[in-house]
Design a protein around this ligand. Structure first.
Ligand code: ADP
Ligand code: MG
Length: 249
């Protein structure tokens, strides 16, 4: 199953969720590949992989095979294709490419059977990189921060998903909305969750990821939360989310 994490807002937990949900699935015995498709490379550094070797840019641009760009991580069963700042150029270069929306899809196709889950992390925009992610994927996971303006961006994202389904990728499903950085003490967090659940029902994952400082510390150690602090509420929450993802099939 190929899943893209998308939300054109930055800082909503796309990368954190791709890394820690992926690592939790790996801990449960699944084979997981993380594809870093954000030029900022936060996903790569969050699992301790640098962009000095082959990156996703070399795969989509330089004729490097996807399998040759895969790197292992400290976590058994968790692999990554890193990105680097050179991916920024792809945004511009792809504009003049035939099939410019299908470049990532074609690039990772040879890896599909090697993994139970392929997670694509995308940048905070609805530009060509994110479109490539949405075209490559079978489903989109939408991390939402529990704050008032979360909903404004959501309708724009959902209409982009609709457009891509009509024109480019008829198989694309909304895999689910994932609440992140929940603060149970604030009424606002609770209200946002209730509001979204009343609109989207079962599309919303029951597991809600709370705000947890360990989740923000882990990337600087290059470790997913289940290696950095397995007893933390952040680690437990992502493990619960992984179980829910498996149960939903
Ligand atoms: P995005 O990829 O959508 O831009 P990130 O996953 O990078 O968002 O998260 C933005 C920031 O918030 C990062 O510094 C990250 O460490 C922090 N963060 C994400 N989720 C949580 C959480 N549940 N609790 C605390 N900090 C978090
Ligand atoms: Mg990110």
């Amino acid at each position: 199953m190929i899943t893209v994490f998308a939300n054109q807002k930055g800082g909503v937990g796309k990368t954190t969720t791709a890394v820690n949900l992926g690592a939790s699935l790996a801990e449960l015995g699944k084979r997981v590949l993380l594809v870093d498709f954000d030029p900022q490379g936060n996903l790569s550094s969050s699992v301790g992989v640098s962009s000095s070797d082959k990156t996703i840019y070399d795969v989509i641009h330089g004729g490097v095979g996807a399998k040759d760009a895969v790197r292992g991580t400290e976590m058994l069963g968790l692999d990554v294709i890193p990105s680097g700042i050179d991916l920024t150029a792809a945004n511009v270069e792809l504009v003049d490419t035939d099939n410019r929306e299908f470049v990532l899809r074609e690039a990772i196709a040879p890896l599909k059977d090697d993994y139970d889950y392929i997670f694509i992390d995308s940048p905070p925009s609805l530009g060509l990189l994110t479109i490539n992610g949405l075209v490559a994927a079978e489903q989109v996971f939408i991390p939402l921060q529990c704050e008032y303006f979360a909903l404004e961006g959501l309708s724009l994202l959902l209409s982009s998903v609709d457009r891509i389904r009509k024109n480019l990728n008829p198989n694309l499903k909304i895999g689910g909305i994932i609440f992140t950085m929940f603060d149970s003490r604030t009424r606002l967090s609770n209200e946002v969750v209730e509001n979204v659940v009343s609109h989207f029902g079962r599309k919303v994952f029951r597991t809600i990821i709370p705000r947890n400082v360990n989740l923000s510390e882990a990337p600087s150690f290059g470790k997913p939360i289940n290696l950095y602090k397995p007893s933390s509420i952040g680690a437990k929450s992502y493990m619960k989310l992984a179980e829910e993802v498996i149960a939903r099939g």
